[in-house]
Write a protein that binds this ligand. Sequence first.
Ligand code: IPE
Ligand code: IPE
Ligand code: MG
Length: 244
Amino acid sequence: MTSPTHVAIIMDGNGRWAKSRGLPRVAGHRAGVEALRNLVRAMPDFGISVLTVYAFSSENWSRPKSEVTDLMGLLKLFIRRDLAELHRNGVRVRIIGDRATLQPDIGGLLEEAENLTRENTNLTLVIAFNYGSRDEIVRAARKLAEAAVRGEILPQQIEMDDITRSLDTADIPDPDLVIRTSGELRLSNFLLWQAAYSELVFVPCYWPDFGSDHLAEALRDYAGRERRFGGLSPEEAVAPAIVR
Ligand code: IPE
Ligand code: IPE
Ligand code: MG
């Protein structure tokens, strides 16, 4: 069975999960953190090298201030509570997204998590926080433009690899599989460049209900896919071209 190296998840549906239980949205976000914790603990069973999770988008700032504050608080709590365990389990933590506009205490915590776990090799956990693909591409374009102004690169020499290397995901392989929970069928500004040839799986359950069984099912679905990257399937590629 072909397993993906990199699985990326859009953890969606916390609010609806809470609403369906008559609870405030923040209860859904708390349950969402719990689901993430459990999934990361189960990761060694799956042989996946990189797990990326979409935790807060660059557009989520448009939510009510109290919800934004709750989400910032939950990220801080997650890092404070779980960092030691993640490190013990050999998890390398990476954060993608714009840090410049985050509160300094959050920026500091994210840096601490990355620095502590830098050498770990069992699993790379990439947390997309204050992340949006378009924002990431704009920041990459600025970096390249600045390098051009400094005379380090000629505009006509800019290649796809230069853009790839200027993104927050610089040294992270593209996701093989992108999963979105909650039944929504869209990417919501997540890894638009990187997911150009990713397989997509949409799961109807809300994120707090997502567990290892759902992941196993998504992986079975992935294993049955044929990835062609614009080419032909192997059988077609070797078939002699006799029909004119
Ligand atoms: C995902 O759940 C978490 C974040 C976007 C931060 P939502 O909060 O989007 O939950 P729904 O989509 O409203 O149910
Ligand atoms: C995407 O979910 C962002 C995260 C899961 C962090 P949203 O709930 O923000 O996306 P839309 O608004 O439904 O597209
Ligand atoms: Mg949502």
